[in-house]
Design a protein around this ligand. Structure first.
Ligand SMILES: NC(=O)C1=CN([C@@H]2O[C@H](COP(=O)(O)OP(=O)(O)OC[C@H]3O[C@@H](n4cnc5c(N)ncnc54)[C@H](OP(=O)(O)O)[C@@H]3O)[C@@H](O)[C@H]2O)C=CC1
Ligand SMILES: O=C(O)C1=N[C@H](C(=O)O)C[C@H](O)C1
Length: 267
């Protein structure tokens, strides 16, 4: 049994994680944290998540009750996640981080924390997206040098970061396979007289609309044919189940910096 602590339980992913914990016999939700001063403190977390009373109330302090968990799961915002990371480090608790929107420096900070505790950092915890990263490597190796590569992602209107963490990770996978540096070859959106396309670039386009859960397409287009790899998430449960899988795996690992490829043995 893996005892799980979820921070940011009021969020879309926070609630999805609470529901996933209720449906998984191998985990127990033992801590539910929300921001200090939130009107949700003291509320039953199952009622908050819409799955009925579960007998665990929302609290506002990770530090005080962290001894009750084996793994902390955090899908929130970079500033809050980094604060929680310090707490997990101090208390030697493994952490699954699904938050996106980190700067390169912040990602390095998380990577370094892997010297002290086991950490999974994954912009997308779904099995499908992580499998697609493998496929992308193969496609890039075979046709990437001849193809124009464009990444299109679509998410709900509430998403605050762009491009999505997943789109950036897909871009990195393709760039690495081609020996390119994504920071040098990425083009984020186009407008006006852009000139012809530079074949070395990897383009990103972002859609924000309605309640789209998460869609990503990587396009390899040559003169005469086009190969597209598309992933569409239709439920946040796919991310939540992946995060629980990562948490159960992480509980057995030594300190280190891991991603979903490690969890799914795709490396
Ligand atoms: N890895 C993956 O597979 C996936 C990753 N994500 C990522 O997860 C993150 C969360 O997404 P989502 O659930 O849609 O976001 P929401 O906005 O719905 O939820 C964010 C949660 O974090 C809390 N929070 C944010 N900032 C703070 C803070 N400074 N202090 C305390 N609490 C804070 C919010 O509390 P409050 O309401 O009080 O602000 C809320 O509970 C995003 O970065 C998103 O990109 C999303 C889906 C899948
Ligand atoms: O904010 C979201 O919703 C999602 N964010 C992640 C990302 O930025 O890649 C993953 C998923 O697509 C949903």
């Amino acid at each position: 049994m893996t005892r799980i602590g979820v921070v940011g339980v009021s969020g879309r992913m926070g609630k999805a994680l609470v529901e996933a914990c209720q449906n998984d016999q191998q985990v127990e939700l033992t801590l539910a944290v929300q921001r200090t001063g939130s009107s949700l403190i003291g509320v039953d977390v199952g009622e908050l998540a819409g799955v009925g009373k579960v007998g665990l109330i929302v609290v506002d302090n990770l530090v005080e009750q962290i001894s009750q968990v084996d793994v902390v799961i955090d899908f929130t915002r970079p500033d809050f996640t980094l604060a929680n990371l310090e707490i997990c480090k101090a208390h030697k608790k493994p952490m699954v981080i699904g938050t996106t929107g980190f700067s390169d420096e912040e990602k390095q900070q998380i990577q370094q924390a892997g010297n002290a505790i086991p950490i999974v950092l994954a912009p997308n915890t779904s099995v499908g997206v992580n499998l697609s990263l493998k496929l992308l490597q193969l496609v890039a190796q075979v046709m990437g040098d001849e193809a124009d590569i464009e990444i299109v992602e679509a998410h709900h209107r509430h998403k605050v970061d762009a491009p999505s963490g997943t789109a950036l990770r897909m871009g990195e996978a393709v760039a690495d396979a081609l020996g390119r540096d994504l920071s040098q070859c990425a083009v984020y959106g186009r407008e006006g007289i852009t000139g012809e396309r530079d074949p070395q670039t990897i383009g990103f386009a972002t859609v924000r609309a309605g309640d789209i859960v998460g869609e990503h397409t990587v396009m390899f287009a040559t003169e005469g044919e086009r190969l597209e790899i598309t992933h569409k998430a239709s439920s946040r449960q796919t991310f939540a189940k992946g995060a629980l899988r990562a948490a159960k795996w992480l509980q057995q690992q030594p300190a280190g910096f891991y991603d979903m490829q490690d969890v799914l043995a795709l490396n």
